[in-house]
Write a protein that binds this ligand. Structure first.
Ligand code: NAP
Length: 235
C-alpha cells in the first residue's frame, strides 16, 4: 500500500462513513472527514427543496425504517455511521441504533447540548406541544419557530394569531384561524430576529430547546424584548 501522508497521519485507515445529516454540524463534519481522506456520504431526509449540500456524496430520502437503513449500510459496505441529525429528529436516531445493532456497523452520535436559561429569559418549559398550546393566553400573537410537523397542536387556538416561519412555502393553507407565514431560515443576528418580532407584534415565542448556534438568535431577541418563550424541552 502506498504510504500516503494525509492530515490524519501516514498510517490512518480511511473509512467509508455514512453521516445522517440535515444540520450545520453534519455539514461541518462531512467537510472535515472528506478533507481527512474518508469516503463520506451524507444522507438527507429531503424535507427542504433547496438544501445546503455538504462535501462528499449525497443521498436523499428515507431508507424505509431501521431495516431499510441496515440494508443500505450492508449493500454499500459502510464501516461507520454518524448520527448528526437534529436533536428533535428522534425516529431516524432510533432507526440508526437498531440498524447499527443489526449490522455491527459502529454508530456515533453527535449530541448537541441544550440551551441553558440565562438571566432575563422568561422561559416556560413544557414537555409537549399540547402543553405549549394550552399556556398561550387568549389574544396572544404567537411566533411559532417550529418545523411544519409541529403545528397541529396550535390549530384549535382560534383565539390567538400565529406567525409561522417556514423554509419552503406550504403547498396548502395551514389551517389556522388567523395566521401569517414568514418564509426563510432563522437569522443569525438577534437584532434581525427582534425587528421581525416587533414588526409582527409578537407577544409570545414558541420554540424547541434545540441547542446550537443556528436558532439561538431568536432566543436572544426574545430576551432583549422581554417576551415569554414557551420552550419545548427534550426528553
Ligand atoms: P424523524 O422524525 O426522526 O424522521 C422521520 C423519517 O424521515 C425517518 O424515519 C426517515 O425515514 C426519514 N429521515 C429522517 N432523517 C433522515 C436522514 N437524515 N436521511 C434519510 N432519511 C431520514 O426526522 P425529522 O424530525 O422529520 O427530521 C428530518 C431531517 O431533517 C433530519 O435529518 C434532521 O436532521 C433534519 N432537521 C430536522 C429538524 C427538526 O426540527 N426536526 C430541524 C433541522 C433539521 P425512513 O424511516 O423511511 O428511513
Amino acid at each position: 500500500m502506498p504510504n500516503e501522508t494525509r492530515r490524519d497521519g501516514p498510517t490512518a485507515v480511511h473509512q467509508k462513513i455514512l453521516i445522517l445529516g440535515g444540520t450545520a454540524e453534519a455539514r461541518e463534519l462531512a467537510q472535515k472527514l472528506v478533507e481527512d481522506g474518508h469516503a463520506v456520504t451524507t444522507s438527507l431526509a429531503g424535507r427542504t427543496l433547496d438544501p445546503i449540500l455538504p462535501a462528499g456524496e449525497i443521498r436523499i430520502g428515507g431508507f424505509g425504517g431501521a431495516e431499510g437503513l441496515a440494508t443500505y449500510l450492508r449493500e454499500n459496505t459502510f464501516t461507520r455511521i454518524i448520527d448528526a441529525t437534529h436533536p428533535f429528529a428522534r425516529r431516524i436516531s432510533e432507526n440508526a441504533i437498531k440498524a447499527s445493532a443489526e449490522t455491527g456497523v459502529t454508530l456515533e452520535q453527535i449530541v448537541r447540548p441544550r440551551w441553558q436559561k440565562q438571566p432575563g429569559d422568561r422561559w416556560r418549559p413544557v414537555s409537549t406541544l399540547e402543553q405549549a398550546a394550552d399556556l398561550l393566553p387568549s389574544g396572544a400573537t404567537v411566533f411559532l419557530a417550529l418545523g411544519r410537523q409541529y403545528l397541529d397542536a396550535f390549530k384549535p387556538r382560534t383565539d390567538c394569531r400565529f406567525i409561522v416561519r417556514m423554509v419552503d412555502a406550504p403547498d396548502k393553507p395551514l389551517g389556522f384561524f388567523d395566521y401569517a407565514v414568514i418564509l426563510g431560515k432563522p437569522a443569525s443576528d438577534p437584532s434581525q430576529e427582534s425587528d421581525l418580532m416587533t414588526a409582527h407584534g409578537i407577544t409570545h415565542l414558541v420554540a424547541r430547546n434545540s441547542g446550537g448556534p443556528a436558532g439561538y438568535a431568536k432566543i436572544i431577541a426574545a430576551r432583549s424584548l422581554g417576551l415569554p418563550v414557551i420552550m419545548l424541552e427534550r426528553d
